[in-house]
Design a protein around this ligand. Structure first.
Ligand code: S3P
Length: 454
């Protein structure tokens, strides 16, 4: 399923209304963790609804390289884990492709093992900071060899016995929190992560489900203290159901909101409050989103969302909400382009270290398509127009540089379904990292996406 070597430009053309019922693929965060925790826990975990994107497959490959057995049976992945503390030394470098979550969580997981492991990735992943995970691992006794300043490629080697730490996460990052907790699994004693700003809580919740000894308390200042007792058993979860990814759902949701005449139902969307910031913001903007069929699935709240074309109004998105919608700002910017007034998105510093510098990439894409905006060091404003007109006329007509970033590609293709003039992205290959079905799903709803230069 690896993407080809040459870029694949793709163009979105203005669509009539989008209509239909769709299901988005399984949540990426939960899918990575399903392979990691299932591969570690003793016994057999059966995973359904897993995202079969390149990022998650890379994590599965890494777990296989360290002794887990993973096979597909019908719709389910059957994962036979090695048992906590029993990973094997990988013989070859672990290649994570584009996957930041995969590489950072796996570094944490193998960090305390008394063996060596080498991590490599694509050009985008090799530019991203790994020090945020390596710093706490070093405190636990892990050695790091890197020629490129805590960037990939790099190798780590654990100590004979790792030291438990109490670590205050310096930025709002679920990956850093998770890496430290996973390192704690093979460390004697209690490893504590202090999280001043809450981030997605899948690691805590799922580790509990796998039988880890873990507790969460919130102090007087609102900081969460997550304490994990290491070297206890982890037990397989018989049936692990992965709910639909709210970040992927953002694309058909925003497309339906901005294309006149649309009426779309997105089924089975994860509604965990640490992931629901986009829907909350869109509702504040006046979006017609009906939350129906609310239920529990795999220990998480899920719902079906009925979305109809809406007149949107600009809002100020508070910085405190950023961790709960961190991957959704690019697509929110596309909604803001059609909202009346100026939408201001605050607290976006972490966007600069995603698969691309997303703040710069979104701003450049908006500029290329004639949409009023202002990029600040950690904020973005977008001044919208419900008719899709900017200072130089109707929106669109530009080509967007995606910088190996799946969400930049999908966001601007969503934009192009609503703009008078087509929007082209320079490369659609990376969409397969998180949403291989994106193009077919959008086409099924009535969007027109076409290859360029074929
Ligand atoms: C993720 C955490 C977030 C998010 C990423 C997935 C996770 O990253 O952007 O797509 O699964 O833990 P950060 O921890 O860097 O904020």
């Amino acid at each position: 399923m690896q993407a080809g070597a040459t870029p694949r430009p793709l163009r979105a053309i203005k669509a009539g209304g989008l209509n239909g019922r769709v299901r988005v693929p399984g949540d990426k965060s939960i899918s990575h963790r399903a392979f990691l925790f299932g591969g570690l826990a003793a016994g057999t975990t059966r995973v359904t609804g897993l995202l079969e994107g390149e990022d998650v497959i890379a994590t599965g490959r890494a777990m296989r390289a360290m002794g887990a057995q993973i096979r597909k049976e019908g719709d389910a992945y059957i994962v036979d884990g090695v048992g906590n503390g029993c990973l094997l030394e990988p013989e070859a470098p672990l290649d994570f492709g584009n996957a930041g979550t995969g590489v950072r969580l796996t570094m944490g997981l193998v960090g305390p093992y008394d063996f060596g492991a080498t991590f490599v990735g694509d050009a985008s992943l090799s530019r991203r900071p790994m020090g945020r995970v390596l710093d706490p691992l070093r405190l636990m006794g892990v050695q790091v060899v890197s020629r490129s300043g805590d960037r990939l490629p790099l190798s780590i080697h654990g100590p004979r016995a790792a030291a438990p730490i109490s670590y205050r996460v310096p930025m709002a990052s679920a990956q850093v929190k998770s890496a430290v907790l996973l390192a704690g699994l093979n460390t004697p004693g209690v490893t504590t992560v202090i999280e001043p700003v809450m981030t997605r809580d899948h690691t805590e919740k799922m580790l509990q489900g796998f039988g880890a000894e873990i507790s969460v308390e919130t102090d007087g200042e609102g900081a969460r203290h997550i304490a994990l007792t290491g070297q206890g058993p982890l037990r397989a979860v018989e049936n692990l159901e992965v709910p639909g990814d709210p970040s992927s759902a953002g694309f058909p949701i925003v497309a339906a909101l901005i294309v006149p005449g649309s009426d779309v139902v997105v089924e089975n969307v994860l509604m965990n409050p640490t992931r629901a910031g986009l829907v909350e913001t869109l509702l504040e903007m006046g979006a017609s989103i009906e939350i129906t069929n609310q239920r529990q699935s795999g220990g998480e709240a899920v719902a079906d969302l009925r979305v109809r074309h809406s007149q949107l109004t600009a809002v100020d998105v508070p910085a405190e909400r950023a961790p709960f919608m961190i991957d959704e700002y690019p697509v929110l910017a596309m909604a803001a382009a059609f909202a009346e007034g100026t939408t201001r998105m605050n607290g976006l510093d972490e966007l600069r270290v995603k698969e691309s510098d997303r703040l710069a990439a979104v701003a450049a894409g908006l500029a290329a398509n004639g949409i009023r905006h202002e990029e600040g060091p950690d904020f973005l404003t977008v001044t919208g127009d419900p008719e899709g007109r900017g200072p130089s006329g109707f929106y669109g007509g530009g080509t967007v540089a995606t910088h190996l970033d799946h969400r930049i590609a999908m966001s601007f293709l969503v934009l192009g379904t609503a703009t008078q003039n087509p929007v082209t992205v320079d490369d659609a290959r990376m969409i397969a990292t998180s949403f291989p079905e994106f193009e077919a799903m959008m086409a099924g709803l009535g969007a027109e996406l076409m290859a360029v230069g074929a």
